[in-house]
Design a protein around this ligand. Structure first.
Ligand code: ZN
Ligand code: ZN
Ligand code: ZN
Length: 203
């Protein structure tokens, strides 16, 4: 086996390399295709998932009394995850200030490498991997859709440009034909004029 091929480029942020347990994801971030490890995917997208249960927030935003925003970063947690005992369907009580795990501890890592001896990944890290993979997949399919949209737009623009060129050519042909017709008419008139003038002269 080619060992060079087996070691793809490391995480663009932390430099971690892909191992059996650590995945490096291809991800679209700010119009660039990047390679981020599971941990960096989550750290770069704090607003997309609950930092406590790692569920992705879907496109419909959580109702205000179900969500809890981190005081320091764009992270949004489920209120029920931060305060499991509170009844979210009841009238919302003012929430105490919330700090996401990453803001509470700068050394916090979402993904924990598996136990060296057992090789077992804990439940949290397994969930984190799923979330990171989903974020990467959504970003890549959005990029593909954008590229498709771009290609379609360019195809439409090319079609418009072709139509414009065709119209211009037809217009030119019309003008030339009209000029030719006018010229022909003039020639005929001139000939007739000469003829009639000749007749007049002759008469
Ligand atoms: Zn990383
Ligand atoms: Zn949650
Ligand atoms: Zn935070």
């Amino acid at each position: 086996m080619n060992s060079r091929q087996a070691s793809p480029s490391p995480c663009d942020i932390c430099g971690a390399t892909q191992t059996l347990s650590l995945t490096i994801h291809n991800i679209r971030y700010r119009a660039h295709t990047c390679r981020y490890c599971t941990n960096c995917v989550l750290k770069q997208h704090p607003g997309l998932f609950c930092p406590l249960c790692f569920e992705l927030h879907d496109d419909s935003p959580l109702p205000p009394h179900h969500r809890l925003m981190c005081v320091r970063c764009p992270a949004v947690a489920h209120r029920s995850c931060a305060f499991p005992s509170t009844n979210v369907s009841a009238a919302p009580a003012p929430a105490p200030p919330f700090f996401c795990p990453s803001c509470l501890d700068s050394n916090f890592t979402y993904f924990k490498l598996p136990d060296r001896k057992s090789g077992a990944v804990d439940v949290q890290s397994a969930k984190v991997l799923v979330t990171a993979a989903r974020i990467a997949a959504v970003s890549m399919s959005k990029a593909a859709a954008a590229a498709r949209y771009d290609a379609e737009r360019r195809a439409r623009e090319a079609a418009v440009a072709r139509k414009r060129a065709k119209d211009a050519l037809e217009h030119l042909a019309e003008i030339l034909a009209r000029e030719q017709a006018e010229q022909d008419e003039e020639d005929i008139n001139e000939q007739n004029g000469i003829v009639s003038a000749g007749r007049r002269r002759g008469a």
